[in-house]
Design a protein around this ligand. Structure first.
Ligand code: NAD
Length: 523
């Protein structure tokens, strides 16, 4: 349990498959956040002083600790999030381990100081370098749906870059949160460098109020808006990883068997509770019938049940009101003319959080299913005339996290990818780029701002500092005092030299430019 937390009451860890309370964890009192922050600041000052190579080497120990405790970690993910164990291993554990491996190998190289060559002749009198410094203490506020992969893929680059972290994991996954803090202590990271605070929105709000140097938030649009407002009040920079409404475009020349398997997996993995879920499928009319038949056939074969049962494919939703929401979304679509081809119902016989994997056709943008983030096991399909219409419809969304294009023509797929409004587009795959350590992740519009993962994610964890060294330290600068008509003429000559056209103009004004550089200030 969180070593730094002061208990007032407890936070239950609930199994979504049964609704049973599995354990209780200490809830962090919002009032202790300033104290947690000052301890994190103290830990960070020693940590940042270490060479980055040393900090990155420590990540290998972290990776080894994760590998050694992978069973415990996977069990906690399954128990609290409800996902099948295979998904806990492939998604949560793989992403967490690979992030540690990637930044242990590449962190120092990615943040190496860089020379900044100056293009202008005047600028050549100086040498420039960029250096990357830690931000300080980073507050990470996380969602529940990948309770290891999401917080760890942000904490790991944050500490590699020399920061301390206070992470508020989701109140739905307190066991995973406690295990994350323990992992860093077991791996020999300094005490208070990574602190997990436990609780709901009130603890997240208290974390922002305490005044960390940056906030990385992953969660819903509604909460993201509140976070952005709270950060703006204190001028705290933020990264917002919010919801998605990802389009999957299936062109007539796609491998339909594969595309149907991808649509089914992409819509139902983690019971559809994935920011990168396939939420809107657009299929060219020539292959609509065949694709739908394949999706229905494959969906009907899926087994619904608790994530701890190795024989199941789809687990429960996280809480009962999410089941009601799925029914509402399906009913709204049906009332407006959509057709449920399979599934579409809650399964109270299995437990209060189960909803059948559902294929629904004839969905369009007038329906809630195409407007709101579904975040559940519904494969919603609209037929389109051609790829032009598919692109237009895919781009008709407030969200812009990711998308996928399915075609046997990779070139055509890439051309369409370039036209889609999304932070990432996959050609002939869905979701899995999240597991590629080098690939930046993030969107724009309602999907938020900033990036996590890869070099772009690492650069969110640093301040970029420019260092300028003058090569002529014994000379006063031409633009300093005193001013006068002479200097005005010289300045104009200098502009003509720099920007006044070709070589002839340069030669004509070279003398003035030189005179300007070496003028006598008369002060
Ligand atoms: P949520 O917005 O309900 O909660 C996210 C986190 O914010 C939780 O830790 C919660 O306790 C905290 N929180 C709530 N109110 C707060 C407040 N006022 N101040 C500070 N913190 C507060 O989201 P969720 O249900 O945990 O996650 C689901 C959402 O997350 C979906 O919309 C999903 O698309 C999105 N998500 C996005 C990504 C991404 O990378 N873009 C990844 C995973 C999930």
């Amino acid at each position: 349990m969180a070593a730094t937390a002061i208990p007032v009451d407890t936070l239950p860890s609930i199994d979504p498959a049964t609704g049973k309370i599995l354990a209780q964890f200490e809830r962090t009192l919002p009032e202790v956040l300033p104290e947690v922050l000052s301890r994190a600041r103290a830990a960070q000052s020693g940590w940042r002083a270490l060479p980055i190579e040393k900090r990155c080497a420590q990540l290998r120990v972290l990776r080894d600790c994760m590998m050694a405790s992978r069973d415990v970690l996977a069990d906690a993910v399954v128990a609290e999030s409800g996902k099948p164990r295979v998904e806990a291993l492939f998604a949560d554990l793989f992403v967490a381990l690979d992030t540690a491996q990637y930044f242990s190998k590449s962190g120092a190289k990615l943040l190496r100081s860089e020379r900044v060559p100056h293009h202008s002749p005047a600028g050549k009198a100086k040498s420039g370098r960029l250096i990357y410094e830690p931000v300080g203490v980073i507050g990470i506020i996380s969602s529940w749906n990948y309770p290891l992969a999401i917080p760890l893929s942000q904490i790991i680059p944050a500490v590699a870059a020399g920061n301390a972290v206070i992470c508020k994991t989701s109140d739905f996954t307190p066991h995973c949160g406690a295990l994350i803090e323990k992992l860093f202590l077991d791996a020999g990271f300094p005490k208070n460098l990574v602190t997990v605070v436990q609780g709901g929105g009130e603890v997240g709000q208290a974390l922002i109020d305490a005044g960390p140097d940056k906030i990385m938030f992953t969660g819903s649009v509604a909460t993201g808006r509140r976070i952005a407002e709270a950060c703006a009040q204190k001028l705290i920079p933020s990264v917002l990883e919010l919801g998605g409404k990802d389009a999957m475009i299936v062109l007539a020349d796609a491998h339909l068997e594969v595309a149907a398997s991808a649509a089914v997996w992409g819509s139902y993995t983690n019971c559809g509770q994935v920011c990168l879920s396939v939420e809107r499928l657009f299929v060219e009319q020539a292959v609509e019938e065949k694709l739908l038949a394949l999706c229905v056939e494959k969906t009907k074969k899926l087994r619904l049940g608790p994530g701890c049962d190795p024989a199941i494919d789809v687990g429960p939703l996280i809480r009962p009101h999410h089941v009601q929401r799925m029914s509402d979304l399906v009913n709204d679509a049906v009332a407006r003319g959509a057709r449920v081809l399979c599934g579409g119902k809650a399964r109270p016989d299995l437990g209060s959080n189960f909803f059948e994997p559902t294929v629904i056709a004839g969905v369009n943008s007038t329906m809630r299913l195409f407007q709101e983030e579904t975040f559940g096991p519904i494969l919603a399909v609209q037929v389109v005339k051609d790829s032009e219409e598919a692109v237009a419809r895919a781009n008709d969304s407030a969200f812009s996290l990711a998308a996928s294009v399915w075609t046997s023509d990779a070139k055509r797929g890439q051309a369409i990818a370039a036209r889609l409004r999304a932070g990432a587009v996959m050609v002939n795959d869905a979701i899995s780029y999240f597991g590629i350590a080098e690939a930046p992740h993030g969107g724009f519009g309602a999907s938020g701002w900033g990036r996590t993962h890869g070099k772009a994610g690492l650069l969110e964890m640093v301040q970029t500092k420019y260092i300028d060294v003058d090569r002529l330290p014994g000379r006063e600068k031409p633009w300093w005092y005193r001013y006068g008509a002479d200097l005005e003429r010289a300045a104009d000559g200098f502009l003509k030299f720099e920007f006044g056209g070709g070589l002839t103009a340069k030669l004509r004004n070279a003398r003035t430019a030189l005179k300007t550089m070496f003028r006598d200030h008369g002060l």
